[in-house]
Write a protein that binds this ligand. Structure first.
Ligand SMILES: Nc1ncnc2c1ncn2[C@@H]1O[C@H](COP(=O)(O)OP(=O)(O)OP(=O)(O)O)[C@@H](O)[C@H]1O
Ligand SMILES: [Mg+2]
Length: 284
């Protein structure tokens, strides 16, 4: 006998399957990984977009939490061009924290708010294949292939996949067969958006967009301008992989934007064609 849902939380069941291919309508939203269930504007955006009937894929990061747990284990944290230098111990901490803690917290916070979230990492169903980014970075992967079938199945069933950043080695690149790489969550979001031909890729972050040297937010960027800002050091650290991911997505025909966590409004306005934060228009 069906159980009557007692609350909105208990009704976090998928919406009816869609009978048309809605893949082009999918939105990919990348949020930070330090989700607090009570008041998180990035989660508000996810909830409201889901409630508005938009098919979604969520990708989360969690850099600060990985840093915190690494120091608990006495591991030193170091970044090169915005990417975490990752030895085997740091990779294990990153997996435990991102695929374990951050993913579970994000999924449970979304379920509690009625979103039928399903957690998985890029390793599941070999969704993300990667090769070593560089010797200097250790076990950091560069994504070489995305198999988005599992995401499409979940989205088509009305569920909201919540992807933790990790990838499995691409066959034939000389790594041990089951090597798992730490990958930057921004790169994951960009690769997934490109693979799904998403309608929009949004990075919800702690700054209102890409800032110019004078601190003002730049409303729109293209490859040439972004390259110049990277070369002169204006775009650095955590903003580097975000901008690179936006360029990957734009090249694949997706509009991409970097916005501050400020609830659903920003994403709804982006969907309506407005420019909020920094927007990268889809390359023609
Ligand atoms: N030109 C720039 N404009 C704006 N922010 C910049 C710029 N260059 C570097 N940054 C830095 O990028 C940071 C955002 O990236 P960061 O990796 O810290 O956050 P996140 O990716 O949203 O979270 P997480 O890494 O946990 O997923 C900003 O807080 C800022 O310090
Ligand atoms: Mg980051």
């Amino acid at each position: 006998m069906p159980i009557t849902p007692r609350s909105r939380a208990a009704s976090a069941t998928p919406k009816a399957s869609r009978d048309t291919d809605t893949r082009r309508d999918v939105l990919v939203i990348k949020i930070g990984g330090s989700v607090s269930a009570e008041a998180d504007p990035a989660l508000d955006a996810v909830v409201s977009l889901h409630d508005g009937g938009h098919p979604l894929v969520v990708v989360h990061g969690g850099g600060p939490v990985v840093g915190e747990w690494s120091s608990r284990f006495g591991l030193e944290t170091r970044f090169v061009r915005g990417l975490r230098v990752t030895d085997a111990a740091t990779r294990d901490v990153a997996l435990a924290v991102l695929v374990g803690l951050a993913n579970t917290r994000t999924v449970s916070a979304l379920l509690a708010r009625g979103v039928p979230a399903v957690g998985l990492s890029g390793v599941d169903a070999a969704m993300l294949r990667a090769e070593r980014e560089s010797d200097e970075l250790g076990l950091v992967g560069r994504i070489t292939r995305v198999d988005s079938a599992v995401l499409e199945e979940l989205v088509d069933a009305g569920r909201v996949p919540v992807v933790a950043p990790a990838a499995i080695e691409a066959p034939g690149d000389g790594e041990p067969l089951d090597e798992v790489f730490n990958v930057n969550a921004d790169s994951v979001a960009g690769a997934i958006a490109a693979s799904l031909s998403a309608r929009l890729l949004v990075f919800v972050t702690d700054v209102p967009g890409v800032r110019a040297k004078d601190g003002k937010v730049i409303g729109s960027l293209d490859l040439g301008r972004a390259k110049a800002l990277i070369d002169d050091g204006t775009i650095e650290g955590g903003m580097l992989p975000k901008v690179e991911a936006c360029l990957v997505a734009a090249r694949a025909g997706c509009r991409a934007a970097i916005v501050a966590a400020q609830g659903a409004d920003a994403v709804e306005r982006l969907l309506a064609g407005d420019s909020i934060g920094t927007v990268f228009e889809a390359a023609a």
